[in-house]
Ligand binder design. Structure first.
Ligand code: ADP
Ligand code: MN
Ligand code: MN
Ligand code: MN
Length: 362
């Protein structure tokens, strides 16, 4: 299929091999736009780079083109917060994650990092760790899941989860390329697997400390969009990409504190779960970008989910809101898994809520 997104890579290789001047570096600044789900990026040349945000000046962009400000007062600021190696242009070039500020230097509405950082600072002594399982679906240019028949549906779910074979998984090349690109970037990617819906996949980031998990998830999403773009495919984090008896996508948040990881930590885990039970609605409201409306489609009690209206927990229970992994119950220490966050959640909001409820008792 002739496709405007797939340009001839042999042609672009000719330019990719041109040597880059020794004193010029590319820095691609990446930020979250006003949809609270999508990422944007733009590139500049710098004379000096490192892994310290101090070497990256503040920058700005037209917030009126990203749903973040009015056209009449559109300058929005980019403040570098984390630096990664750039897997797309290589060398010493960098990807620079930024949070965003309005003209008066207050955080934009989509800057959920700002208050997350404050919560993480306040909870520092408890040393919170997070591991997030990021599910997503690859789409063709017509917005249908990649490789699905143009009319009708593939065979029902069953063979696809962790599947192997050309009739069981579609798009592995994208997932493998993304895995390598994340490792190269310096992200703490810890695994990947094919998911229950054909062309749906998962990767995991973590365990990572405090604010770091939100930063890494957002950069891993940017990298995934870019890798899929190279293959002429679309990545969607939509939590219910196909209606009906097809699994939705989540972003299970695995969480522990120092006390939970130590001897007898299971009692700490149980205490945290009691607090989560009392704050169920508060969490549902920040576990997807639409205040719970997205998760209504996914958290039905079917397809390995809990019912959105009811909090539940259990050992090895994949139909519960919160699951204690079997080996954690056996070892009496470790972590728990909050299965409620939507695949398109803002990880800053999710981890902030966990910390405020379970550690800061807010
Ligand atoms: P599942 O069985 O739910 O599919 P996965 O293996 O996909 O589980 O993901 C488990 C996640 O838990 C990983 O992201 C891992 O980093 C994270 N994790 C492991 N130990 C801890 C811990 N002590 N605290 C927080 N997260 C953890
Ligand atoms: Mn998983
Ligand atoms: Mn999964
Ligand atoms: Mn899980």
């Amino acid at each position: 299929m002739a496709n405007h997104t797939i340009l001839d890579k042999t042609v672009s290789n000719k330019y990719d091999s041109l040597p880059q001047p020794k004193d010029k570096f590319l820095a691609t600044y990446v930020w979250i736009d006003g949809t609270d789900e999508n990422v944007r990026g733009k590139t500049r040349t710098l004379d000096k780079v490192s892994y310290s945000t101090r070497d990256f000046p503040m920058w700005n962009y037209d917030g009126s083109s990203t749903y973040q400000s009015l056209g009449s007062n559109s300058d929005t600021y980019l403040k570098p917060v984390a630096v990664y190696s750039d897997p797309f242009t290589g060398g010493q070039n960098k990807l620079v994650l930024c949070d965003t500020y309005k003209y008066d230097k207050t955080p934009t509405e989509s800057n959920k990092r700002y208050s997350c950082k404050q919560a993480m600072e306040a909870a520092k002594d408890s040393d919170p760790w997070f591991g997030i399982e990021q599910e997503f679906t690859l789409l063709d240019m017509d917005q249908r899941p990649f490789g699905w028949p143009k009319q009708g549906f593939p065979a029902p779910q069953g063979p696809y989860y962790c599947g192997v074979g050309a009739d069981r998984v579609y798009g592995r090349a994208v997932v493998d390329a993304h895995y390598r690109a994340c490792l190269y970037a310096g992200l703490n990617i810890s695994g990947s697997n094919a998911e229950a819906l054909l062309s749906q996949w998962e990767y995991q980031i973590g365990p990572s400390r405090g604010i770091d998990i939100g930063d890494q998830i957002w950069m891993s999403r940017y990298i995934l969009h870019r890798v899929a773009e190279d293959f002429g495919l679309i990545t969607t984090f939509d939590n219910k990409p196909v209606e009906g008896n097809w699994n939705g996508s989540g972003a299970h948040a695995n969480f522990s504190t120092k006390a939970m990881r130590e001897e007898g930590g299971l009692a700490e885990i149980e205490k945290a779960i009691e607090k989560l039970k009392k704050n169920h609605l508060k969490h549902i409201q920040v576990y997807d970008p639409k205040g719970g409306k997205d998760n209504e489609k996914r958290l039905t009690g079917l397809n390995e989910t809990s019912d959105i209206h009811t909090f539940s927990s259990g050992v090895a229970d994949r139909s519960a809101s919160v699951r204690i992994p079997r080996e954690v119950a056996a070892n009496k220490k470790g972590y728990f898994e909050d299965r409620r966050p939507s695949s398109n959640c803002d990880p800053y909001s999710v981890t902030e809520a966990l910390v405020r409820t379970c550690i800061l008792d807010e």
